[in-house]
Write a protein that binds this ligand. Sequence first.
Ligand code: HEC
Ligand code: HEC
Ligand code: HEC
Ligand code: HEC
Ligand code: HEC
Ligand code: HEC
Ligand code: HEC
Length: 310
Amino acid sequence: MLRILKGVKGERMRIWLNAVVLLFLTLVLIPVASAAPDAATCLGCHGSMEGEINVNQEKYAKSVHGSFDCVMCHMALKGEQHKGLSGKPDKAILELAAAISSKSKIDPIAQAACTQCHPDVYDAYKASVHGQNVIIKKSSDGPVCTSCHGTPHYIQPNTSKESLVNHFNVVATCGTCHEETFMSEKYGLTPHVMDRYKESFHGRKLKLGDSGAPSCVNCHGAHDIKDVKDPSSPVYGANKIKTCGKCHAGATEKFVAAITHQPQQPIAHFTELALIILTIGVFAFICIHVLLDIIADIRNRLFRKGGDHE
Ligand code: HEC
Ligand code: HEC
Ligand code: HEC
Ligand code: HEC
Ligand code: HEC
Ligand code: HEC
Ligand code: HEC
C-alpha cells in the first residue's frame, strides 16, 4: 500500500509541495508593501492584447498550471508597464536563465522557473544530450521545456489528446527538429531518422492507432535522452535487450539488431547497385549494337554506290 503511494502519489505530492512552498515564498518575498500580483492583474492587460502577447484566460485556467499566479514563472519582468509587478528570482534561477538565454529570448527566467517545481525532471534533462546542448554548449538548437511541451500557458496532462507529448503526438514533436537537415549536417546524425521510423513496423502501427506500438520515447526516454554511443543509452549495445524486451518478451541479441534508423541494409544496397549496373550494361550493349549496325549499313550503301559508278 505504502509502496503504491510512493510510486504513484509521491511524485505528484512532491510537485505540489514544491508549488505550495514556492507560492508561500512568492507571497512573503515579493515586496511586502505591494501584495503579489495575481493572474487577474496581468490578464487585465494581456487577456485583451492582440497577437503573441495575448494570454487566453479561459485556456490558461484549464491548463495544468491554471491555478497559479503568472509571477510564479515570470519572476522578474522588465519595462515601465510592469513596474511594481516584479519579484526576485534566486541565484540558481538567474544562472540557469543566463545559460539558456540564446534559446529562450523573451523571458529566460520564466523558462528556468519550470525547474523549481519539477526538480527531478530537471535533473534528468540537465544530464541528457538535449540539456547538455542547451545549458553547457549554450546552443539554440536543442530543446528547452517548452520546445517539447508547447506554449507554456496551455500545457495539458500528458494523457490528454491535446498534449504535444501524448503517445500519439510526440513523434511529430521530436520531428520538429529531427526532420530538419541541420541535424545531419551539423551534428552528423543519420539522415532521415524520422522517415525510417515512419516506414518501420512500429511507426506504421502507431499511425494506425496502436497504443502498444513504441513512439520515440519508449526506446530513447523523454527527459534523459542520451547520445546513442553513450553506454547509458537504452539503445546502446546490449541495453537494447532490456529496452526491446519491455514489449518483446525473450528478445535476443539477434532480434534487437533488427531495428536501426540506418538508410538501408548493406545487402539490399548491393543488390540495388548490381541491378543498376546490369541495366546500364544491357542498355549500353544495345546502343553499341545498334550504332555498329548503322555504321555497317552506311558503309554497305557507300560501297554499293561506289560500285554503281563504275
Ligand atoms: C498595464 C498593462 C500590463 C500589465 C498589467 C502587465 N503587462 Fe506584461 N506587457 C504589457 C505590454 C504593453 C507588453 C509589451 C511590451 C513590448 O512589446 O515591448 C508586455 C510584455 C510582457 C511580456 C513579454 C516580455 C517583455 O517583458 O516584454 C511578458 C512575459 C509579460 N508582459 C508578462 C506580464 C505579467 C506576468 C504580468 C503580471 C504580473 C504583466 N505582464 C502585466 C502590458 C502589461
Ligand atoms: C508555467 C510557467 C508560466 C506561467 C504560469 C505563465 N507563463 Fe507566461 N511565459 C512562460 C514562458 C516559459 C514564456 C516564454 C519565454 C521565452 O520564450 O523566452 C512565457 C511567455 C509569456 C509572454 C510573451 C509571449 C510572447 O510570445 O511574446 C507573455 C505576454 C506572458 N508569458 C504572459 C503571462 C501571463 C499574463 C500569465 C498569467 C496569466 C503567464 N504568462 C503565466 C511561462 C509561464
Ligand atoms: C525532448 C522533449 C522534452 C523536453 C525537452 C522536456 N520534456 Fe517533459 N516530457 C516529455 C515527454 C515525451 C513526456 C511524457 C513522458 C512519458 O510519456 O513517459 C514528458 C513528461 C513531463 C512531465 C510529466 C511526467 C513526469 O515525468 O513527471 C513533466 C512534469 C514534464 N515533462 C516537465 C518538463 C520540464 C519541467 C522540462 C524542462 C526542464 C521538460 N519537461 C522538458 C518531453 C520533454
Ligand atoms: C509553481 C510550480 C510550478 C511551476 C513553476 C511549473 N510547474 Fe508544471 N506543474 C506543477 C504542478 C503542481 C503540476 C500538476 C501536477 C499533477 O497534478 O500531476 C504541473 C504539471 C505539469 C505538467 C503535466 C504533467 C502531467 O501530469 O502530465 C507538465 C508537462 C509541466 N507541469 C511542465 C511545466 C513546464 C514546462 C514549466 C515551465 C514553463 C512548469 N511546468 C512550471 C507545478 C509547476
Ligand atoms: C528543439 C529541437 C529538438 C527537439 C524538439 C528534439 N531534439 Fe533530439 N536533439 C536535438 C539536437 C540539437 C541534438 C544534438 C545534440 C548534441 O549532440 O549536442 C539532439 C540529439 C538527440 C539524440 C542523440 C543523438 C546522438 O547523438 O546519438 C536523440 C536520441 C534524440 N535527440 C532524440 C529525440 C527525441 C526522442 C525527441 C522527442 C521526444 C527529441 N530528440 C526532440 C534537437 C531536438
Ligand atoms: C512499446 C513497445 C515496443 C518496444 C519498446 C519495441 N517494440 Fe517492436 N513491436 C511492438 C509492437 C506493438 C509491434 C507490432 C506487433 C504486431 O502487431 O505483430 C512490434 C513489431 C516489431 C517487429 C516486427 C514484427 C515482429 O514481431 O517480428 C520487429 C522486428 C520489432 N518490433 C523489433 C523491435 C526491436 C528490435 C525493438 C528494440 C530496439 C523493439 N521492437 C521495441 C512494440 C514494441
Ligand atoms: C524501436 C526502438 C526505437 C524507436 C521507436 C526509435 N528509435 Fe531512434 N534509435 C534506436 C536505435 C536502436 C538506435 C541506434 C542505432 C541506429 O543508429 O540506428 C537509434 C538511434 C537514434 C538516433 C541517433 C542516430 C545517429 O545517427 O546516431 C536518433 C537521433 C534517434 N534514434 C531519434 C529517434 C526519433 C526522433 C524517434 C521517433 C521518431 C526514434 N528515434 C524512434 C531505436 C529506436
